[in-house]
Design a protein around this ligand. Structure first.
Ligand SMILES: [Cu+2]
Length: 314
């Protein structure tokens, strides 16, 4: 987005308006683009541009789509990469003629699909499926998330497709191959448990943002689809996720002031996590249903802690 040009046009318009203020007829002659009611205003454009060019997010070019040579739909992630576990995805729709960001567009039907080459089977993974506005101050950027079960490897490859819609226009981005990287050692951000023959997935949100001390910890609980090729949606049920972080390299000591993850209105689970030192932490999980019955997180290895745990290294 050429924001400077945008600003320049705006300032020129103001200058022209004010310089011929005493001649009412002249005002209608000034040629200010008026066909841009589908785009954001200057401030929203600036904020969206700043966010998408902040050096943290980068485009995933394999997910780009061009529509009638008039619009470009771009997808972004942290560093332009994807990895096992939770990933944020951002979408922006850019009008080529003006470099403006289109507001009020939707991206939905996000379908990650892995083909397991040797096993002759396909499966999806936990995902938000549809997008929401990421930040109300710049509605041009929409947000989704995908939590990948496995990395791309000789054993299989991932593809992603999605649909986008705005002002009666609709496009479908057919499946393109994406690269999903493995996580480093000491990082395990996605766990599963079974309840009544149903598999659930626990996706820890962005633990790379954790710092020493008290952190807000967020997670999603997703349900494996009956047809595993269908993206796994957020589970309807309400659970409570109790957490006990321990340091396995330091005699499994824990930390005080942790609070359970409780389901919020928007579907995310949220609690407090105290990482009192830097290093490797196992976040032991006990999942309870609404009646308080434990549905996952038994102490199977007699360690004194649940054998269901995420691992993070800070
Ligand atoms: Cu797989």
């Amino acid at each position: 987005m050429n924001y400077r040009l945008f600003l320049f046009l705006g300032l020129t318009a103001i200058f022209l308006f004010s310089s011929c203020g005493d001649d009412v007829e002249d005002k209608v002659v000034i040629n200010i683009p008026t066909d841009d009611d589908e785009c954001c205003n200057a401030e929203e454009t600036f904020l969206a541009y700043s966010f998408l060019n902040n050096g943290y997010v980068r485009e995933l070019p394999e997910l780009r789509d061009t529509i009638d040579n008039k619009y470009v739909l771009k997808a972004y992630s942290a560093g332009g990469k994807l990895h096992v576990g939770y990933n944020d995805l951002f979408f922006a729709l850019i009008k080529i003629s003006t470099d403006g960001y289109v507001r009020d567009f939707q991206v939905n039907d996000i379908k990650p699909l892995m083909t397991m080459t040797g096993m002759n089977m396909q499966h999806s993974t936990p995902t938000s499926i549809a997008t929401t506005v990421y930040d109300d101050t710049f509605p041009a950027v929409r947000h989704a998330w995908i939590s990948f079960l496995m990395s791309s490897s000789d054993g299989g490859y991932w593809e992603l497709s999605y649909k986008a819609a705005w002002q009666q226009k609709e496009i479908e981005h057919s499946a393109t191959v994406i690269e999903v990287n493995a996580l480093g050692s000491g990082q395990n951000w996605l766990k599963s448990f079974k309840k009544d023959e149903q598999t659930y997935y626990l996706s820890l949100v962005n633990p790379n943002a954790f710092q020493m001390g008290i952190n807000t910890i967020q997670a999603y609980v997703s349900k494996q689809s009956a047809d595993k090729r269908v993206p796994y949606q957020i589970a309807d049920e309400t659970f409570t996720i109790e957490i006990t972080p321990t340091m396995p390299d330091m005699g499994d000591h824990s930390s005080p002031n942790n609070t359970p993850l409780i389901k919020q209105e928007n579907g995310v689970y949220e609690g407090n996590l105290n990482l009192s030192m830097t290093g490797l932490w196992n976040i032991h999980l006990v999942v309870k249903d609404q009646e308080g019955t434990i549905v996952a997180g038994d102490d199977n290895d007699n360690s004194g802690y649940s054998s269901l745990y995420w691992s993070v290294t800070i």
